[in-house]
Design a protein around this ligand. Structure first.
Ligand code: G3P
Ligand code: CA
Length: 254
């Protein structure tokens, strides 16, 4: 993961109960299955996408890297070591070589095309650009597919989502951030983003309200424990990204 520059962040880590009740938020909470539904099935696999769908997610969140021979594939790390039985950088392997690896329970590392086909008609996709320079290519691939949407392009690499937005002013993009930045919503607005994804344990109700006032939707990641999910909702988030999307209520508790 490429982290936000710590110098741009406040040093506030907020794990206290929120003191503000968020005004004006829609009652519906968007449920996003993190890496498919990583608490239930191997992350970033077709089984994971199907698990998320079976749990009723609105979106499956998936991470995108590129192989040596230019195939866009769904895997989180730049190395295959953690999530497969192989070793080395994704960018050193060809598509064929990658397909020899076990990504958990016999699953293979999926292509983006296969992931879109698995989600098609069942859930939206939140595609996180993990490698520099692949944003426009990812957008082209999605446009060329029959995927009916919705599609959300996300990244910590804000130049990637800006590039997508320039290609397609109608694309929905989400700027990821580890922390509350000193510059307020500028990081997302400058990237042309329509949404922000913020680490749940650094989010504050004040910053979420500021993002909403700037016209930005907000998702919090990665909230897995029921108390974390409850706090994220109480902070005023529009959606929760979780390995356990089944733990996210669909309607905001009163
Ligand atoms: O969607 C946000 C979240 O997925 C970012 O963190 O490391 O799980 O990709 P990571
Ligand atoms: Ca991700």
């Amino acid at each position: 993961m490429i982290l936000a520059n710590p110098e741009e962040c406040t040093d506030l880590e907020n794990t206290d109960p929120p003191t503000l009740s968020p005004p004006g938020n829609a009652q519906r909470i968007v449920r996003i299955g993190h890496r498919g539904a990583a608490g239930h099935a191997p992350e970033n696999t077709i089984a994971g996408i199907r698990a998320g769908i079976s749990l009723g997610v609105d979106f499956v969140e998936l991470d995108v890297q590129r192989t040596r021979d230019g195939r866009l594939v769904v895997i989180h790390d730049s190395y295959v070591d953690r999530t497969t039985n192989g070793a080395g950088p994704v960018s050193d392997l060809t598509w064929e070589e990658l397909q020899q690896l076990d990504a958990g329970h016999g699953e293979r590392v999926p292509s983006v095309e296969a992931a879109l086909a698995a989600a098609s008609g069942h859930a939206g996709v939140m595609l996180e650009v993990k490698a520099p320079g692949i944003g426009p290519e990812l957008h082209r691939l999605v446009q060329a597919s029959a995927f009916p949407g919705p599609v959300l392009y996300a990244s910590f690499l804000h130049a990637e989502i800006l590039a997508i937005r320039k290609l397609d002013p109608l694309a929905t993009t989400l700027a990821l951030m580890e922390c509350v930045p000193l510059s307020g919503p500028a990081f997302a607005l400058d990237a042309g983003a329509s949404m922000v994804g913020l680490a749940h344990d650094s989010a504050t109700p004040e910053f979420i309200a500021t993002l909403h006032r700037a016209g930005l939707g907000v998702f919090l990641y990665t909230a897995n424990e029921p108390a974390q999910i409850g706090r994220a909702i109480a902070l005023g988030t529009d959606g929760v990204i979780s390995d356990y999307p089944d733990r996210i209520p669909t309607i905001r508790p009163i």
